[in-house]
Design a protein around this ligand. Sequence first.
Ligand code: ADP
Ligand code: MG
Length: 402
Amino acid sequence: MNPLAGIKSIRDLPIENKKVFLRVDFNVPLDGTTITDDSRIREALPTIKHALDRGARLVLGSHLGRPKPGKTEGLSLEPCGARLAELLGIEVHLPEDCIGDAPKKVIHDLRAGQVCLLENLRFHPEEEKNDEAFAQKLADLAEIYVDDAFGAVHRAHASVFGMAKLFRDRGCGFLLEKEIDALGKLVTAPEKPYVAVLGGAKVSDKIAVVDALLEQCQILVIGGAMANTFLAAQGKNLQASKIEGDKLSLARSILEKAKTKKVEILLPTDLIVAQSLESKEGKVVAADAVPEHHMALDIGPKSLDAFAAAFEGAKTVFWNGPMGLFEKKPFSGGTFGLAKALAESSAFTVVGGGDSAAAVHAAGGDIASKMSHISTGGGASLELIEGKKLPGIEVLRTASPT
Ligand code: ADP
Ligand code: MG
């Protein structure tokens, strides 16, 4: 099945001179009222510009952070509106609420090719509760619904689910379209050999992903702190390393399952260890010879070579989870090296996960641009890989899938 079956693209919706609600993900990191990384706003520009060029009267909606009930301090979307106005070079109207008379008046006065940004959707607790009346009030603001907020589609909230259902003309923006297409391919028809690489902080975060990948891939590479638990499950003494002691039997059962499914599992054979997270340098040791008081903070060079060799001949590679504490220079070699190997591979390469995407960008050079796809959604991309149907995507299908 084509993962986009039944979902209209904004390209195919009659948005000319119409009031178009565009759900974006402007959930940017803030330091006070200063945006420290505006990538999410810039990534939404192609869809926004397309809508404005075609003469839509554009209404943008987003959440920002997790406001406590009744509290709005520091979580206004005003800084995002100001940044967007700079990037577009036109005025961005900012009504003081997302429902009620304030946005209605602003939207009534919007002309073709003009844009407003509603205030934080989560200032109303009804947003996360997918409250019907609230969804209806949002829907009343526009004639066409477009979703481009991939990072939010795994949540059945009013602005991604409840309101979408109320539009006959609904579909996806360019960002969401690309995400569904790339990640959908991994789930429906990955070209073989398919190699998956998992790492990151914990096994427990990703059990469902491991299960799903064992059904699909031929080689599963495991690194990062996640690998510690697997190595410990094989009886190795990881000393002071981060390990999930209550997940050892789970790790053993995953290794058994891989055998039954004939999936090759690659674990690190050497590690970079240190006595503290603040250590200025690490030491390379064999995975079964971690010295007392030391912890594994990266994969070693032999492991990196073996992992990179697994990409040779691969047609599809999915990577989630850093190979080590890549935020600290002495422990970044495994993660950045893996990113480089992936960039050089001719396979269809997809990177998912917030920290993994950050690592690929931090790896420098043109590494990020050489990936086939870097997913912008953490939770949403993993849930898609697990094979789950996501509410904010399914609700967009206006024709039954073929
Ligand atoms: P993602 O966001 O890509 O899904 P995770 O959130 O699962 O990734 O994991 C990322 C975090 O795991 C990073 O902050 C990284 O420093 C940490 N990490 C990876 N390997 C290790 C390790 N061996 N020891 C300590 N932390 C690690
Ligand atoms: Mg993370």
